[in-house]
Design a protein around this ligand. Sequence first.
Ligand SMILES: *Cc1c(COP(=O)(O)O)cnc(C)c1O
Length: 372
Amino acid sequence: MIPYGKQHIDEDDIRIVTQVLRSDWLTCGQMVPDFENALAKVCQAEHCVAVSSGTAALHAAMAALGIGKDDEVIVPSITFAATANAVTYCGGTPVFADVEEDTLLLSPEGAEKAITPRTKAIVGVDYAGQPCDWSSLRALADKHGLALVADSCHALGATCEGRPVNAFADMTVYSFHPVKHIATGEGGAIATDSLEYANFMRRFRNHGISSDARMRESAGTWYYEMVELGYNYRLTDIQCALGLSQLNKLDSFLKRRRSIASKYDKAFAEGPVRPLQVKPNRTHAYHLYVVRVPERDTLFAELREAGIGVQVHYIPVHLHPFYRKNFGTGRGLCPVAEAAYEQIVSIPMFPALQDAQIQTVVDTFSELLKNK
Ligand SMILES: *Cc1c(COP(=O)(O)O)cnc(C)c1O
């Protein structure tokens, strides 16, 4: 089976992880700030805070905004459940907005319609790796006095109008799950230009305690204060070392993903497989390559049968039983997302995908669609 996504680990990665395993600091060591600083450079952000997953990063961002009971946060319906769950963890209400037909990105009009007096923030998701219309979302957030968060778990290395997404959002969230652009096993981070948010999130990942073990050791003190309720969301030195080494390869990973995408674009130019649109003025990071196909459910099963590891990203979050039951969501809330969900499929996209495998994917589609 050719998977839809897969990490790429080389000998440099193994060497640096092994070095950490032989060192004194498996967690709370120097690798953490080293990784954070390297990531901050890539994101052109003042600060990066590494945490134990992309989900923890979203949770930390919502907590930094002070989201709580009676607060609403606008999220797109087409995303991974974690985007909405982070709002729910804080006691807030995720309000699902519809997406643009051609890109499946949060539509600024859809977001504006969802604003109420209780709205505190908008979360855009750079679905598949294509940045949202961040200028419009920023203007909308500013007009209504809202915070703007980027769930860029699909889009490390993408740009919007020539700038990293962090130039537009108050906080930008990344994931380092093995299918994402760089892998740390589990892992995530938040990029931000706000020292206040960064300091809050550094405490939040460490039980709400204002210093970590390494800081206390170097200061020769045992005293610490827990100033608010936090979690253990730390990323280990083992993971940060892997992240640092993977980050060195980000440019080559992105280059290969874009080259695979252009091969697919060419192969599918004549239909009936219809790739999502890419907007001008944005560079796409191609976490996913998503296409619309006829008779999706049948084709999905046939593709799997033929050894093509397709996936569907995503079941609209407002259709999940949890959200239906607890927030009264359901069919009809986001018609564009619901219609797209019936048609989409994500096909293999990862740096180590071989040209011959790309051809196999394309040929299998032609073969299976011949009679449809
Ligand atoms: C992967 C992902 C997350 C969660 O990241 P984890 O590291 O798996 O917790 C959140 N949002 C989106 C859009 C994602 O793709």
